[in-house]
Design a protein around this ligand. Structure first.
Ligand code: ZN
Length: 343
């Protein structure tokens, strides 16, 4: 299993800070363009949450890679859910406050800065976990999904969406920015652009991992969960084929036409995964709105943290975790010194 390097993590944090400062990242949406993009994302998430609200408990929830928090704010504001929005970037999470009104969302859930490989929560904590547009910033989805499965409560649901399926038919000559340059617009009009270049110029220039995974890689990672259902959509408009895990080793195996189209054009994967209820009580039976406690990300037994003088403290390893603008930074000691040396 491949993991992110510290340099990739530092790039994530620094890039999000530059994005927030606006002018320094050219060809990435800002101002009204960004707001309209985020509004679209909220709209898409609302449709997904509505489709699952009958049979799924949304509290407590965890969003991994929440970035500016628009989906978590939606869960808190319109679905009365309680939970955490988590990201490695403190500056991304801080932007939620400024976006709350323009996005017409009234509540911001508790924000947490943490590493997706090392979630600061006990096992079996969350009824609902989401990760959108996040997992392709890691070299391999499996370690992230294993960590998700650890903190997911028995009977809990995990949804990942807006994640790319790798397109084989692309010579990958260069990376293009989100806002295309004039000559890229011409190539787009001739439909060649999609076979010559990949997205993610701003991210990869900054040192962030921007990748996509083949179906076998997705399948191996999704096998972490007892049950999984994947909707595969060919880029850009479909068709969509939905496949459920059957207990067979090779289940993420769409029909031949879909497979060919995915290889040719790439696509999107949405997956809905559940952890088996086992012998333990399912989360629905427990106190619905109790948020899980924080655990220490630095020492192996992961003991509960204690609140002390406005910070979080581990009695076992004696580490103190700072809180900035109400947001705890719960990152393992040496990684935090690299990412947030002044915190
Ligand atoms: Zn500790």
């Amino acid at each position: 299993m491949k993991k992110q390097f510290i340099a990739n993590k530092r790039a994530e944090v620094e890039f999000r800070t530059r994005l927030q400062e606006g002018a320094y990242v050219s060809r990435e949406p800002s101002g009204n363009e960004l707001l309209s993009e985020l509004t679209k994302r909220v709209e898409k998430a609302r449709i997904i949450f509505r489709a699952h609200e009958q049979e799924t408990s949304f509290s407590p929830f965890l969003e991994i890679g929440a970035e500016r928090g628009q989906r978590s704010m939606l869960l808190a504001s319109e679905f009365r859910a309680q939970g955490f929005m988590l990201d490695l970037s403190l500056d991304s999470l801080r932007e939620a406050e400024a976006l709350r009104r323009p996005l017409k969302l009234n509540k911001i859930p508790q924000s947490v800065v943490a590493d997706a490989y090392n979630l600061p929560f006990p096992n079996n904590s969350f009824a609902f976990i989401i990760a959108f547009q996040t997992i392709h910033h890691f070299p391999d989805p499996e370690p992230i999904l294993r960590e998700v499965n650890r903190v997911l409560a028995p009977g809990g649901v995990f949804i990942l969406d807006e994640e790319p399926i790798r397109q084989s038919f692309n010579v990958r000559l260069w990376r293009r920015p989100t806002i295309l340059r004039w000559w890229e617009k011409i190539l787009k009009a001739t439909i060649l652009l999609h076979f010559l270049s990949e997205i993610g110029k701003s991210e990869t220039d900054a040192g962030i991992i921007e990748t996509s995974f083949s179906l076998p890689t997705w399948e191996k990672a999704l096998n972490v969960f007892e049950t999984a259902k994947a909707a595969l959509t060919v880029f850009p408009f479909g068709p969509t084929e939905t496949i459920s895990k059957t207990g067979q080793e090779k289940w993420l195996n769409p029909s031949l036409p879909t497979r060919i189209l995915l290889k040719l054009l790439g696509g999107n994967i949405q997956a809905i995964c559940t952890k088996s209820p086992n012998k333990r009580r399912s989360y629905k039976l427990q106190a619905k709105h109790l948020l899980p406690p924080f655990v220490c990300p630095s020492c192996p037994p992961h003991p509960l943290l204690e609140q002390r003088l406005g910070s979080w403290y581990c009695l076992t390893c004696k580490n103190t975790y700072p809180v900035k603008d109400g947001i705890p930074i719960l990152i393992e000691r040496t990684l935090r010194q690299t990412l947030y040396p002044n915190a």
